[in-house]
Ligand binder design. Structure first.
Ligand code: E4P
Length: 222
């Protein structure tokens, strides 16, 4: 399963990249705003900065327009920034049309704000490279987000769709583990969820014991 980080924060992207496990980045307008990035030139430069940190990994850059022509104009501009940019398009009627247009032109897309299997099926039929079901936001309204990932996996496997399932709105390490069990192609989450995978109290106590025993033996042999 590929690991994407869901942030526009350059330090966090660097930290995940330095760990050696980062396969890509997803951003959205809220994450860009959180970093204080606004104005077309600054936004475009920020995407370029992210691409230069990630190297080979895909970077999702979201369109702001919600009409077909606007999405095409913005998406083409974003795609021209760097070969690893994936144009993120919302799951709305004009978004589906735009995904089909981009797919025919060989521009890769990430269909975002997906909350149902029907939406995921439409995104795949339109030729989306990635589909982003938001599991955390479904959990927030007492709907099992992981169940949606399972449903989409079955549907895509039934028909051999190439669209990759990008489990989004991941909130914690159990989301990541369950997505891996189900067979999501990618997960995107905050740095905290990725780092939480590292942690186990028995690792910490075991390491402390090893180091203490080593120190004792070294002192005894003096
Ligand atoms: C997906 O690409 C979105 O950026 C993201 O995962 C949304 O997550 P949130 O529900 O934590 O805002």
């Amino acid at each position: 399963m590929k690991f994407f980080i869901d942030t526009a924060n350059l330090d966090q992207i660097k930290e995940a990249h330095d760990l050696g496990v980062l396969d890509g980045v997803t951003t959205n307008p809220s994450l860009m705003a959180k970093e204080g990035i606004s104005g077309r030139d600054r936004v475009l430069q920020h995407y370029k900065d992210i691409c230069s940190i990630v190297g080979e990994g895909d970077v999702s850059a979201e369109v702001i327009a919600t009409d077909f022509e606007g999405m095409i104009k913005e998406g083409e501009e974003l795609a021209a920034l760097h070969p690893n940019i994936v144009v993120k398009v919302p799951m709305i009627k004009d978004g589906v049309k735009a995904i089909k247009y981009f797919s025919d032109k060989g521009i890769r897309t990430n269909c975002t704000l997906v909350f149902s299997a029907g939406q995921a099926l439409l995104a795949a039929k339109a030729g989306a490279s990635y589909v982003s079901p938001f599991i955390g936001r479904l959990d927030d309204i007492s709907v099992d987000g992981l169940e949606l990932i399972e449903q989409i996996r079955v549907i895509y496997d039934n028909y051999g769709y190439n669209t990759e399932i990008l489990a989004a709105s991941v909130r914690h390490p159990m989301h990541i583990i369950k997505c891996a069990e189900i067979g999501a192609d990618v997960m995107t989450g905050p740095l905290s969820a990725i780092m939480a995978l590292l942690k186990h109290p028995l690792t910490d106590s075991g390491l402390a014991q090893f180091l203490a025993d080593h120190k004792k033996a070294a002192e005894a042999s003096k």
